[in-house]
Design a binder for this molecule. Structure first.
Ligand code: KG4
Ligand code: ZN
Length: 348
């Protein structure tokens, strides 16, 4: 089955062609970072206008690179949420129109499920159905959660952030250090030259009854105090212009607090499960990748890190989620609606 994936939930206009279940024939991502950078974050109004401009050529490019024509496409998969309403609607209405014009099914996909399974796009990775049960860590600019996957379609939310997402913590910390937006990659580069033990920043422990709701607070995250702690640290210990050693140490210590918080929760969530998948933009972080691979608490576990090509938002992971569904129903036409607040899974 040849599936066209379409993704437009935030600030990336993306399309991909997949030969089911997991062979990526093309994966085109048009990023809007340059447009949002001057504002220090994504501006929803700009994002949806840019999707209207960028998505049609991105889709044409994905078809061209895959060497396919419209008549070759058997189904469409599109992100239905979570994300920015205006941005989601552009991809969604495009997918609906194409599915009606071509008389092919249109699958509505939860963006976060794409991140949970994106590690399986790596050639040679094991089939996802045979890898269940596994735990997935989703770490992006908008989400941070731990999900247990019992089978494709059977998911339980184990823990999530009660305030900022891990990517947001990177971006806000990088902003305080004057590193521009998005700051995750720049923080990663600076931190690689510093001492992660130079300063002890808080790890965001969550006590019972303080925002975790019905979830186990030991598996939930809190990053907003970390950013405040960095602000106070910089007030009390300003980094003198040109003192790169001090800047590297602050970046490395701040990054370490985020990575340590993530890895501790992962270790706890994995006590009875042998495989972990990691997806979302922060999974590109070099320190996270190395600590997950070397942590004594995770020794013997099977750690499937998403290939950097599929770590950030992309449409190949959306197309793959459609391929994992039971045989396509020709009446599947994305008739419901987008949901900007679509939950990843029920708690459990
Ligand atoms: O998944 P993604 O591309 O978009 C969202 O759905 O949010 O994630 C973007 C986030 C940003 O916060 C960015 O700073 C972060 O991923 N990021 C990183 C790195 N590369 C991207 N954070 C830390 N280290 C990196 N190397
Ligand atoms: Zn994402």
């Amino acid at each position: 089955m040849i599936i066209l994936g379409i993704e437009s939930s935030c600030d990336e206009s993306a399309a991909a062609v997949l030969e089911g279940p997991r062979q990526v024939l093309s994966n085109v991502v048009s990023s809007q970072i340059d447009l949002h950078g001057p504002y220090g974050g994504v501006v929803p109004e700009i994002a949806c206008r840019e999707h209207v401009r960028a998505l049609p050529p991105v889709i044409e490019q994905a078809l061209g690179q895959a060497g396919k024509q419209w008549k070759d496409i058997d189904a469409i998969a599109v992100t239905a949420g979570p994300g920015l309403a205006g941005s989601l609607l552009v991809g969604w209405s495009t997918a609906r129109a194409l599915s009606r014009r071509l008389s092919i099914p249109c699958f509505s996909i939860n963006h976060l499920h794409g991140h949970m399974f994106s590690a399986f796009l790596t050639p040679g990775s094991p089939p996802p159905e045979e890898t269940c049960p596994f735990v997935s860590l989703i770490v992006s600019g908008g989400h941070t959660c731990l999900v247990r996957v019992d089978a494709p379609g059977k998911y339980h939310l184990l823990g999530q952030t009660i305030d900022d997402a891990a990517g947001e913590a990177f971006d806000k910390g990088a902003n305080l250090l004057g590193l521009g937006y998005p700051g995750g990659p720049a923080m990663d580069r600076l931190a690689s030259k510093g001492n992660p033990l130079a300063i002890r920043f808080p790890r965001g422990r969550i006590d019972k009854g303080s925002g975790a709701g019905e979830l186990d607070p030991r598996l939930c995250f809190s990053f907003s105090g970390l950013k405040t702690s960095l602000r106070y640290h910089l007030q009390n210990h300003p980094v003198p212009e040109g003192n790169s050693r001090q800047l590297h140490d602050v970046a490395a210590s701040y990054q370490e607090a985020i990575i340590d918080a993530l890895v501790r929760r992962v270790s706890l969530a994995m006590q009875n499960v042998s495989t972990l998948t990691v997806g979302g933009g922060v999974c590109l972080n070099s320190r996270l990748r190395s600590v997950l691979g070397n942590s004594p608490a995770l020794r013997g576990k099977n750690i499937l890190l998403t290939d950097p090509a599929y770590g950030g938002d992309n449409a190949a992971m959306i197309a793959m989620m459609a391929a994992l569904q039971p045989a396509p129903n020709p009446d599947e036409r994305c008739d419901e609606d987008i949901n900007p607040n679509l939950p990843v899974a029920p708690a459990g």
